[in-house]
Write a protein that binds this ligand. Structure first.
Ligand SMILES: [Zn+2]
Length: 176
């Protein structure tokens, strides 16, 4: 298969480690900003590739509110495919994510995004990788065997003119 190029517009947000909430559930401390960005990447990928998110079936087990728990590994309610096979690309992948961050007005044009607020390169990689997995581009993030993340302010010659990301994925292996 050829190179796949996905262009997503939005406000890139890194995905740090999961924090533990009062109820013992994990959450991302920046979830309010992270989720719209992951949704932008998901939707751009699904629009381009015609994939859909895995819709987990309900299990017999009940959660603490008495509602049926979702079986996240089970057959998708839309297509019947189990989560581990619910991806368009099945083999090894090479990935490149070129992130374009919004440049604060106070920051001169020639600066690089190296402040804390710009986020770490690997956190940006994790957020985009997760979103591609949710969009069923691949079956598992672990298929990426060779990856690169670059971050710029939007408008840099190597990046988008607007905040967002250019996502390039090369299928480089056979199927697993
Ligand atoms: Zn499905």
């Amino acid at each position: 298969m050829k190179l796949i190029t996905i262009t997503a517009y939005g406000s890139p947000e890194g995905q740090a480690a999961i924090s533990c909430g009062k109820n013992g559930r994990g959450y991302y401390s920046n979830a309010a900003a992270l989720e719209p960005w992951r949704a932008a990447v998901r939707n751009a990928a699904m629009d381009l590739l015609g994939t859909h998110q895995h819709v987990p079936p309900l299990s017999d087990k009940l959660d603490d509110k008495g509602k049926p728990k979702k079986n996240h590994a089970g057959p998708c309610q839309r297509c019947g495919t189990r989560k581990k096979d619910h991806g368009l690309l099945r083999g090894a992948l090479r990935a490149e994510f070129i992130v374009a961050l919004e440049r604060p007005k106070s920051v001169p044009l020639d600066r690089d995004p190296i402040t804390r607020s710009a986020g770490d390169w690997d956190h940006h990689g994790r957020a985009i990788g997760d979103a591609l997995n949710q969009a069923s581009v691949m079956c598992d993030d672990a298929q990426i065997v060779d990856g690169r993340v670059a971050k710029y302010y939007a408008g840099h010659p190597n990046a988008l003119a607007m905040p967002g990301a250019i996502i390039r994925i090369w299928p480089i292996g056979g199927t697993s």
